[in-house]
Design a protein. Structure first.
Length: 129
C-alpha cells in the first residue's frame, strides 16, 4: 500500500491534506476541507483517515457510498493493484474481510443487508469477479 506521505495531491501530500481536513472538521477554520477531486488514490493506505465532507468528485479508484449503515456514516471502496479495500468507521480491510466482518457483526439484519448491497456495488463498480 502507498503511504499517504508519498502521494501528492496538488502541492501537498495526501497526509497533509488529510491532517488539514481533520483541523477543518474540528475547528472553526475557514479553509482545509480536503479537495481530492481528480486525485489518484489507487493503493492509498486510508487506515485512520477521516474523509467526512471531503470533495471526492472525480477522484480516481475510489467509490463513496452513504451515509448509511449502523453508524449512519460513509463507506469507501478503494481500488488497489491487487485487491479492493474498504474503509468505514474504524474498519479498514479487503472487500472479503469486510464481507466477513459484516456477516459476523450484523448477519441478516437491516444493517447487514445495507452493507451487503454496498459490498456488491463496490465489486461491480470495480468489476471484480
Amino acid at each position: 500500500m502507498r503511504d499517504p506521505k508519498e502521494i501528492k495531491v496538488g502541492e501537498k501530500t495526501l497526509a497533509q491534506v488529510l491532517a488539514d481536513h481533520v483541523t477543518w472538521l474540528t475547528t472553526d477554520a475557514a479553509e482545509g476541507c480536503a479537495n481530492l477531486s481528480g486525485a489518484c488514490l489507487s493503493g492509498a493506505n486510508l487506515s485512520g483517515a477521516c474523509l467526512s465532507g471531503a470533495n471526492l468528485h472525480g477522484a480516481e479508484n475510489i467509490l463513496s457510498i452513504g451515509p448509511g449503515g449502523s453508524r449512519g456514516g460513509m463507506l469507501y471502496g478503494v481500488k488497489h493493484e491487487t485487491c479492493i479495500m474498504v474503509k468505514t468507521g474504524c474498519f479498514w480491510g479487503t472487500l472479503e474481510e469486510f464481507k466477513t466482518a459484516v456477516e459476523k457483526t450484523h448477519g441478516d439484519n437491516a444493517h447487514g443487508k445495507y452493507y451487503a448491497v454496498a459490498g456488491y456495488l463496490i465489486s461491480v463498480y470495480f468489476q471484480e469477479k
